[in-house]
Design a protein around this ligand. Structure first.
Ligand SMILES: [Zn+2]
Ligand SMILES: [Zn+2]
Ligand SMILES: [Zn+2]
Length: 262
């Protein structure tokens, strides 16, 4: 079984910190940063899988950031596969990605162009769902406030769980790839590089990926997209820091070797 929760990295100072200790660490790190203090307060929002604490993020959001901004961040970092619909549920009210706030349909449902400080505050716990078919559900909690604001965009990632370490299903060594089978009996297993080579004849390339650092791993052909994720990182991060491109290259090589043999 994978661990229930995991340590992560402070994206300001690049230190590894436990999930529980991270909020306090982030507060201190923000104070020491050269980020602006524009006068208002920003929210520190923890985002985690609804059913697993293995994946989590800390987001710093200005009060005037909108739900649409938060939706964009969650899609770019964690969930986007094929532009499914999404919804936030806050204090029993529902906000939908496809609703227009300028048009009241009388159903008491709202769109995403609404400021965060109109719907959340310190202590608010709310949920996000992406894709109403194979849903990925997330839990969000406003766990703190800070006088420090994100440097450029209205919101920014400030901490993220480290990539999950899941043992290989076959040999228990460190798993590197995720194998899914989207037939009638869906399953997911982690597999190491050596076992991938041994079992390459049994695998279909489109069902094998680098293990995604996302709670949507294995759902609806989800692929991790480091290029969109890094938009939300503070300055000083590079793609190679957040995604093991070498693993992906090795996988392509293993799969191609198979074709050459035929
Ligand atoms: Zn730090
Ligand atoms: Zn999809
Ligand atoms: Zn193995």
């Amino acid at each position: 079984m994978p661990p229930r929760s995991s340590s992560g990295t402070c994206l300001l100072c690049k230190t590894t910190v436990g999930r529980i200790a991270m909020p306090r660490h982030s507060q201190d790190c923000l104070k020491k940063s050269d980020w602006p203090e524009p006068g208002g307060l920003s929210y520190i929002i923890r985002v985690e899988g609804f059913h697993t604490k293995m994946f989590w993020l800390l987001v710093l959001a200005r009060q005037d950031a909108e739900l649409s901004d938060l939706d964009r961040l969650l899609r770019d970092v964690w969930v986007e596969c094929c532009e499914h619909l999404s919804t936030f549920t806050i204090h029993g009210e529902r906000f939908f990605s496809y609703k227009d706030n300028d048009f009241d349909d009388g159903e008491g449902e709202f769109g995403f162009s609404i400021r965060l400080d109109e719907v959340i505050g310190p202590g608010t716990v709310f949920t996000y769902e992406y894709d109403f078919g194979s849903t990925t559900k997330l839990k969000l909690s406003v766990i703190g406030i800070s006088p420090v604001a994100p440097k450029i965009a209205p919101l920014c990632l400030i901490a993220r769980n480290n990539r999950p370490e899941i043992p290989c299903y076959f040999c228990k060594e460190k798993g590197e790839y995720l194998v899914t089978n989207r037939s009638d009996s869906p399953y997911m297993i982690a597999i190491c590089r050596d076992c991938t080579k041994k079992k390459v004849d049994d695998m279909e390339p489109e069902y094998v990926t680098v293990i995604p650092n996302s709670p949507r791993a294995g759902v609806c052909g989800y692929m991790e997209e480091p290029i969109t994720a890094i938009r939300w990182y503070p300055k000083g991060w590079h793609l190679g820091d957040i995604y093991p491109a070498e693993s992906e290259e090795a996988l392509a090589e293993i799969m191609n070797c198979d074709e050459d043999d035929e």
